[in-house]
Structures are given as structure tokens and as C-alpha cells.
Ligand binder design. Structure first.
Ligand code: COA
Length: 694
């Protein structure tokens, strides 16, 4: 193995190059190497300054996340930073790629920072359930003031070098070669005999700060950060920077850092980080399979889903044609897209120029022949097998050979759809989540005949569209919606047994879900599920328990928010508990002879969440999901499961699969067949193992 920090001298400037692929994480060897390099530079009379730079694609992208949760090894990162601050010679950080977390903290400790324009800097620790632990919360506010520091640290999003330069974080943007620029900068500093400049000595911006800054900030994140620990500790730490001398502030920061590091939230969020990357890997694809190039796209259907999907392509710079049979639907669909973009521009999250660029890439057509040359077509028409088969039959005749024929179905059989064509190898599911321009999940569904190339293409497409892709197998509802089934069933049963929609929603929102099932149902529209239930009614055994509450609401025209009433009644977007719903619930319980009882929030969480785990286990057992963490990713990015719990499968493992199984067995005794434990769960729990243990 090569040395993780290379030492060289150029024109009297020591160059310390971090070489720890892929992202130059601050592993123990890098920390030790930096200290050794700085010692050498300080001691060498022929060296007048030092530059720290990253080899390969990036500056240091942060702490080595794989070391999290393990006993820390010396030297610690603060030791490296102390060594930088003790330097008698100038130290310049030269940034490219992503200078994140501990990497950015290294840069903030150096006397000066230069960067190429394409670089980004940031403190994303909060996304991993921790806070910056090596001075980020103490030095950044000293450099740019607490308010701007909070804006960077609490959401954890990196900013481009240009902006960092405007804010005074970066001292110079280098055009051309970064190392040349950094060495030249260091030589200038030496020639001009500039006094060494340490951020720790800059106290102006953290003195006499109005405490209201922090109170206001806390209020502003209250809804979004509910349930999380790290965002609040980020604010506490930045506040400490305004109240304590730097060394005391650093200790306080470290204390908060370890509090977060020891919390289960950190475990959940790190699990999510690695699982997201793992999901992209498909073990049974031949290593040499290449994704097809997607340079143009078509979308069938100009409805909400089709429009949202088209926006994804346009945002990625891929021209996309939307096909719809009626001119009216087409005009309406394009109008909605334009309105969505305009909202983003008004909010400041998109520039007018970017909107114009995207709109230019989206065109409408009513002719199948117009889309024949697209590299991929995504069908988002009415969710009905007959309609889908018809459409795929047509696509088979018009699309050029080799085009990917994708369906956005959320439940239908991919193989049956593929059989409507003579090229099932090119057919695959690409299940986007609504609103498709916002939701991060792309659930790709392979059919029995989807070719490796087709699979690789849609997985790569996910990355191009900035989605998180998971590959699922073909079954009713695939991974996500199949699991949702039991969750919704139990939520409805709980109503009859004694809870009310507001109690169920609150218990699950307190657990961390973005929205409880009844508010979610009202938002999505209850009529959709009603139609599906009516269509499948003949399949239900007569003796099977069934809650008619949602159907009764629909019979009254209560389809949710869009009709002003569903499980709740609505004043604007505010959901108000409705006595009329309660009456329907009570009547339904009475008809079925159910004696209502007090139901605890704990029972609500278990009754609604354990079906996710049990069904997830069946999905794994059947090979529908490649790994347990893929199931987690589906729930985190598609269904608003709290990221700090790591996903339903990880969460269950943290509780202990044996305990989860015992509860499920208890429910099985009381509530019957729906709670039949999954074989895989029984096997793993009884062997005292987790999902992945051999
Ligand atoms: N520690 C250890 N491994 C890391 C890492 C870190 N800080 N950051 C990334 N990696 C690994 C990834 O797991 C992945 O490994 P794999 O190829 O075995 O799956 C590999 O590096 C490449 O990362 P990936 O995210 O796929 O590449 P990218 O180019 O899309 O993004 C980053 C690069 C650095 C922007 C992104 O990885 C990232 O945000 N990392 C976390 C940075 C961070 O939070 N730092 C603060 C830590 S306190």
C-alpha cells in the first residue's frame, strides 16, 4: 500500500498530498501522515510554507465513516488540527472536488484556503446523525458569523467554491492547475511576510451576538428536525461559539459530538448512507455489462405522474417528448409542469435560465411515430392491465430496436406487460414515486426476461436523474407497495378497535413518519384505493376481516383533501378531526361486534410497523429484494420512514429480531392469519442472527 500522505517539496513549498482513494477520507494513516508531513515541513530550513492537497478526484471528503462507532485510534483529528495551528510556517489548503466534514475542518484550520471553481465545501455531518466534531461549529461562525454558519451546518448541504469565496471562507479561486496556483499563493504569502492567520483568533463575528438568532433558528427548523438529535446539537454548538472562548467551545462541541456519536440515530443514519450506495450494486449482473446510453426519452401520459417523470429527464438535460392522446390533456400537463418550475423559481431553488432550459427540452405530441427514436420510453398511463398491454403492443411496433421500454406501474405484473411485446428483454419497471419530480426513490422492477443491459441501464439512469435506485423483483406491489398493504390494514383495524385517525396519525408521526396513514390517504385521495378494493373484492374470502370505514367515507364523496373531507375535514390544508368520521367508525365496530378499548401509542406503532418488517422478511425470502438494506432504502426514500431509525429492517434488528418475532406471534394468536410470521424472520430470530449474518 502506498503512503496515504505523500511529501514533496516544490519551489521551497512542502506539498502534502493525501492519497487515500476513493475520497481521501481521514483514516488513521492519513491523520498520522499529515502530522508527520507538517513536522517535516516545519523542521526543514529549505521549506518556507506548506500546501495540503488531495490526490485523485477530491480533497479530503471527511472522516472515515467506516471508523465510526469503533474505538477511536490516535492521533485524533483534533491532534492534526493542533499541529497545523502550531506551525511556524504558513499552511495553505488547496481544494478541489468535495472538501467535506473533517476535510473542511482541516481546511478551516489552515492559515489560508484556495480552491478551483468546481470545488465544493461543507459540513454534512448532520446527515450522518452527528455534528462537526473538530472545530467546524467553532471556526466557521468565527469566519462568517453564526447565522450563515447555521445555514451551512444545520441542513448540511455543501456550497460551491464561488459562494464560499464570496463569503470569505475561501481566499482565492484558482484558475488553471490547482497545485500551481496553491504553490504560487503560498510563495506570495511568504514573500509578503503576511502574519499567520488563524480562524481561532477571529472573534469579532462571534462577539455580542443576539441570542434571538438561535431561538429564531430553532423555531425555523422545528417541524423539519422533529425527532432528530443532531440538528439541535449543531445549533447548541454554534451558540456555544458565541458564548465561550474557543478552547472551551471546542470541548463543548466534542461533548455534543460524542453524544450524537453514541446515539442510535447515528447508527441508523450511517446505515442509510452505506445502504444507499450498496443498493446500486447488483451482484448477479455480469461485470462487463454496459448500460445503454440515454440521450433522449419519451413519456406516455401527461398526467401528474407523466409530467413529473418528464421533469426528471429535462432536469438532467435529456430531451423528452410527452405523448398523450388528447390535446387537452397534453396542454394541461405541460401547463402543470411550467407552473411547478415557476414555483421553484419563485422560491429561489431554481434560476429562470435553468427553467427556460428545462422547458425547452420538454415537448408534447399525440403521435406514437414521433417518439420512435427515443432511447427510453416510460409509460405512465392508466393503471389497468388491458390499457398497459395495448400501449406496449403499440410501443413494440414504433420504438427503434434496443430502446428501453419502461413501465411506471406500481403494482401490475411486469412479465404480463412484457409479453405484449416481441422484445421482453427490453421491458422493465421504473416505478417513480409521487410527486415524481421531488421524491428520491426509483424502484426498478426486473421482469423474468429483462436483459442485464436493460437492468444496468435503468440503474444508471437513476443516478443520472439524481434518484436513489433499488432493484426489485416482480410481484404484486413490488417492495414498497406490497409492504404498505399490511401497514394500512392494521391502521384501519385499529380504528375499529378503539383508536381514532388523529391518534393513529399522531403516534406514527411521533415515531418519525413524515405523515400518518390517514392524513396521507386524505392527501393522496381515498378514491384510488377505493377503486382498487372494489376491483379486487371478489378475491377476498368471505370470512376475512375487512374494515369498511374508508369505503363508507368514499360513498359519501369524502375523497380526502381535494373534496374538503376524508378521514378528516379540511380548512385549507389543515386536517380537523371530524365527529362524522368517528360515527362511521363506531358504527362499523358495532356491526362487527368489536368492543372498543383504549389503545396505547406503543401498540399503534407495533401494529402498523411490524407488518412492514414481517412482509419485508417475506420479500427477502422470495428474493424480491436483493438485501434487507434495499428494503430500508425503499422505505426511507419512498415512504417517509425516519432516516434516524435506518429503515424498518434495520430498526427491527436494533430492537432484536427475537423480540419482534415474539410480539408478532402474540398478534398472530389474537388477530389471526394476517400475522403469520415470515419463515425467514423465524429462522433468523431463532438462530439469534440478524438479516445479513451468515
Ligand atoms: N468515509 C468512508 N468511505 C466513504 C466516505 C467517507 N467519508 N465517503 C464516501 N465513501 C465511500 C463510499 O461508501 C463509496 O464506497 P463504495 O464505492 O465502496 O460504495 C465511495 O467512497 C464513493 O462514494 P460515493 O458517494 O459513491 O461517490 P460520489 O462521488 O457520488 O460522492 C462524496 C462522493 C464524498 C460527495 C460522498 O461520498 C459523500 O457525501 N460522502 C460523505 C461525506 C461526509 O459526510 N463527510 C463527513 C463525514 S464526518
Amino acid at each position: 500500500m502506498t503512503d496515504p500522505v505523500l511529501y514533496a517539496v516544490r519551489d521551497g513549498i512542502a506539498v502534502l498530498t493525501v492519497e487515500n482513494p476513493p475520497v481521501n477520507a481521514l483514516s488513521q494513516g492519513v491523520r498520522a501522515g499529515l502530522i508527520a508531513g507538517l513536522d517535516k515541513a516545519d523542521a526543514d530550513p529549505a521549506v518556507s510554507a506548506a500546501v495540503i492537497i488531495g490526490g485523485g478526484r477530491t480533497f479530503i471528503a471527511g472522516a472515515d465513516i467506516k471508523e465510526f462507532g469503533k474505538p477511536p485510534t490516535q492521533p485524533y483529528l483534533p491532534d492534526v488540527l493542533k499541529r497545523i495551528e502550531a506551525m511556524k510556517k504558513p499552511v495553505v489548503a488547496a481544494l478541489h472536488g468535495t472538501a467535506l466534514g473533517g476535510g473542511f475542518e482541516v481546511a478551516l484550520t489552515c492559515h489560508w484556503r484556495v480552491a478551483i471553481e468546481a470545488a465544493q465545501v461543507g459540513l454534512p455531518e448532520v446527515k450522518l446523525g452527528v455534528i462537526p466534531g473538530s472545530g467546524g461549529t467553532q471556526r466557521l461562525p468565527r469566519l462568517i458569523g453564526p447565522k450563515l454558519a447555521l445555514d451551512m451546518i444545520v441542513p448540511g448541504n455543501p456550497i460551491p467554491a464561488k459562494k464560499a469565496h464570496d463569503l470569505g471562507i475561501i481566499d482565492q479561486i484558482v484558475a488553471g492547475d490547482l497545485l500551481d496556483g496553491a504553490v504560487a499563493f503560498a510563495k506570495t504569502v511568504v514573500a509578503e511576510k503576511r502574519p499567520l492567520r488563524l480562524v481561532r483568533d477571529m472573534n469579532d463575528k462571534v462577539s455580542n451576538v443576539d441570542p434571538a438568532v438561535f431561538e429564531d433558528y430553532r423555531k425555523s427548523i422545528a417541524r423539519k428536525a422533529k425527532g432528530f438529535l443532531a440538528p439541535w446539537r449543531c445549533i447548541d454548538a454554534v451558540e456555544a461559539a458565541t458564548k465561550l472562548p474557543i478552547d472551551e467551545g471546542l470541548l463543548k462541541e466534542r461533548e455534543y459530538f460524542f453524544e450524537c456519536m453514541d446515539s442510535p440515530q447515528r447508527k441508523g443514519q450511517i446505515h442509510a448512507f452505506f445502504s444507499e450506495r450498496e443498493a446500486a450494486k447488483i451482484p448477479d449482473l455480469p461485470a462487463d455489462v454496459q448500460p445503454k446510453q440515454i440521450a433522449s426519452a419519451a413519456v406516455l401520459g401527461a398526467g401528474t405522474m407523466g409530467g413529473g417523470i418528464a421533469m426528471n429527464f429535462a432536469n438532467a438535460g435529456i430531451p423528452v417528448k410527452i405523448l398523450d392522446m388528447s390535446q387537452e390533456a397534453l396542454s394541461r400537463g405541460l401547463g402543470v409542469i411550467e407552473k411547478n418550475y415557476a414555483t421553484s423559481v419563485a422560491r429561489g431553488s431554481m434560476s429562470q435560465a435553468a427553467m427556460d432550459r428545462a422547458m425547452k427540452l420538454i415537448t408534447g405530441t399525440q403521435q406514437f411515430e414521433d417518439i420512435g427514436q427515443a432511447d427510453i420510453v416510460v409509460e405512465a398511463v392508466f393503471e389497468e392491465m388491458g390499457v398497459k398491454k395495448d400501449v406496449f403492443g403499440k410501443l413494440d411496433t414504433v420504438m427503434k430496436p434496443g430502446a428501453v421500454l419502461a413501465t411506471n406501474t406500481s403494482t401490475l405484473n411486469i412479465d404480463e406487460i412484457a409479453a405484449a411485446t416481441k422484445r421482453p428483454q427490453d421491458v422493465i419497471g421504473t416505478h417513480f414515486f409521487s410527486p415524481a419530480n421531488v421524491m428520491k426513490l426509483l424502484e426498478n422492477v426486473r421482469g423474468a426476461k429483462s436483459s442485464p443491459e436493460t437492468i444496468a441501464t435503468v440503474m444508471a439512469l437513476g443516478k443520472t436523474l439524481k434518484k436513489v435506485s433499488v432493484l426489485a423483483g416482480n410481484c404484486d406491489g413490488f417492495i414498497g407497495n406490497r409492504m404498505l398493504h399490511g401497514y394500512l390494514r392494521e391502521a384501519n383495524f385499529l380504528l375499529e378497535e378503539g383508536a381514532l385517525p388523529q391518534q393513529v396519525d399522531k403516534a406514527l408521526e411521533d415515531f418519525g413518519l413524515a405523515m400518518g396513514p390517514f392524513r396521507m390517504g386524505d392527501l393522496a385521495g381515498l378514491d384510488v384505493g377505493w377503486r382498487i378494493r372494489k376491483g379486487k373484492a371478489h378475491l377476498r374470502p368471505a370470512d376475512e376481516r375487512y374494515s369498511p370505514v374508508a369505503d363508507r367515507l368514499c360513498e359519501l364523496g369524502r375523497f380526502g383533501q381535494k373534496t374538503g373531507a376524508g378521514f378528516y375535514k379540511y380548512e385549507g390544508r389543515d386536517a380537523i378531526p371530524d365527529p362524522a368520521t368517528e360515527e362511521i367508525i363506531l358504527a362499523s365496530a358495532k356491526e362487527q361486534g368489536i368492543e372498543r378499548r383504549a389503545i396505547s401509542d406503543e401498540e399503534i406503532v407495533r401494529r402498523c410497523m411490524y407488518p412492514l418488517v414481517n412482509e419485508g422478511a417475506k420479500i427477502l425470502e422470495e428474493g424480491i429484494a436483493i438485501r434487507a438494506s434495499d428494503v430500508d432504502i425503499v422505505y426511507l426514500f419512498g415512504y417517509g420512514f425516519p432516516v434516524y431509525r435506518g429503515g424498518p429492517m434495520f430498526w427491527a434488528e436494533q430492537i432484536g429480531l427475537d423480540k419482534v418475532l415474539a410480539t408478532i406471534r402474540g398478534f398472530h394468536k389474537i388477530h389471526g392469519k394476517f400475522w403469520e410470521p415470515a419463515k425467514l424472520l423465524v429462522q433468523r430470530a431463532e438462530a439469534g442472527k440478524g438479516w445479513n449474518d451468515r
